[in-house]
Every structure is written in C-alpha cells, then in structure tokens.
Ligand binder design. Structure first.
Ligand code: IPE
Ligand code: MG
Length: 227
C-alpha cells in the first residue's frame, strides 16, 4: 500500500493524513474483494524496516492500527472477514497486541475473506523465525523441504499469493513475502495507494486473468485435432 506519504505531500497535508486516507481506501478494497470473490488478501501495513521512520510517524501508524480495529472490527466480522496477522506482535504496545489477538479470536471461523495483516512484518525476519523453530523442533535436515518450510512461516495455511499489487510505481520487493512470491504475478501501478480504487483493482484482476503462468515450465501447446 505504497504512496500514502506522497499523496499527502501533493495536497499540502501531513504524511499521517495520507496514511489515514490509505486506511479508508483499504476499507473500499476489502469490500471489493468480498464482491469479486477474492478469498485471501494480504496487506503490507508496517514493515520491520518502518521502525526507522521518525517517531511521530511510527506512533501515528500504531494509532491507526488501533483505531481501525476499534472502528471496523464489528463490520468486518459481519461481512465474514477472518483476520490474521503476520509478523511479530512483541514490539507493539501490549494494549494493541491484546486488540489484535481479540480480533483474530473473534473472526477465526469466518470464511468469506481471509484478511492477512502484515504488521511489523519482514520476509527475512519470517524466514529466520522459521529456521529457528525448525531447529528447535529438532527436525532432521533431510526432512526440510518446500512444504515444511511453508508450514513454519507466519503464513502457514494460507496459499501463496497469485497476484502482488504495488502502488505508487516503485519497482522493488521491499522484504514482502519473499518466500511465498516465488511465482506470484506482479502488477505495478503509478497510482498512489489512497487513490487505488475499485476500478483500478478490477483492472489489476483483469490483467492477471490474462497472464500465462508457466512456473518455469512451458505453456501447454493447443491440442491439434482432426477437425
Ligand atoms: C505507505 O506509504 C506505506 C507504509 C509504510 C504505511 P509510504 O508512507 O511509504 O508513502 P510514500 O512512499 O512516502 O509516498
Ligand atoms: Mg513508500
């Protein structure tokens, strides 16, 4: 969800106003996911590197997470959204941690859309965490394979993403789902996240639908028939 800061600066607003606007947009995109039948949505809300931003901005982002849970949880639950978290909760305010855990517990049986919130998330951190747990569990080296590693990641049980959308035109991965996106399709748009609306989301999905996913193989040739 990139470009909140630039969106705000363009309007002569503080960066945090951009993050707020981005959150309002997220609400619209969640509704669109439910409407379009998207079953899993993972949002990159706060990275392990975002701690390096100025204190006020970090605190503002924490506040936004808390406010969103307070304001939106009941409605998300009604819509059948199951909330999950990926990343580390440890460094967050205990009160916010408690809210996140309660939201996960409340919505755990919902099936319409799994909303995976990457907050204090880093792909490398996730892999390190998985390796540590694999070693602690005493898994023999020859049992470590793709499936096992996947089950040790924060995303265990969630399918690898089909499509990654990055707004605001940046052409980099930024430590997002680096294991899981091995064969994901990418969609990059110049649009800043607060302006990435349902129409553009639809366009991204339509573009995805026309991709030829080969996973390193070859496209199946069209069967020749006698007719
Ligand atoms: C949102 O956009 C991403 C978050 C870390 C919340 P940015 O804050 O990166 O916005 P730009 O890139 O400065 O425009
Ligand atoms: Mg950015």
């Amino acid at each position: 969800m990139d470009g909140n800061g630039r969106w705000a600066i363009q309007r002569g607003l503080p960066r945090l106003a951009g993050h707020r606007a981005g959150t309002e947009n997220l609400r619209r995109i969640i509704t669109a996911c439910v409407e379009f039948g998207v079953r899993y949505l993972t949002i990159y809300a706060f990275s392990t590197e975002n701690w390096g931003r100025p204190r006020e901005e970090v605190q503002g982002l924490m506040r936004i997470l808390e406010d969103v849970i307070d304001r939106e949880l009941a409605e998300l639950h009604r819509e059948g959204v199951q909330l999950r978290h990926i990343g580390r909760l440890e460094r967050l305010d205990p009160k916010v941690q408690e809210k996140v855990l309660q939201a996960i517990e409340l919505t755990k049986d919902n099936q319409r859309l799994v909303l995976n919130v990457a907050f204090n998330y880093g792909g490398r951190d996730e892999i390190i965490c998985a390796i540590q747990r694999i070693i602690r569990d005493g898994i023999p080296a020859d049992r470590v394979d793709t499936g096992l590693v996947s089950r040790y990641l924060f995303t265990a049980g969630v399918p690898d993403p089909d499509l990654i959308i990055r707004t605001s035109g940046e052409l980099r991965v930024s430590n997002f789902l680096i294991w899981q996106t091995a064969y994901s399709e990418w969609y990059i748009t110049q649009t800043f996240w607060p302006d990435f609306d349902k129409e553009e989301f639809k366009k991204a999905l339509d573009t995805y639908a026309r991709r030829d996913r080969r996973y390193g193989g070859l496209t199946q040739p069209v069967e020749e028939t006698d007719a």
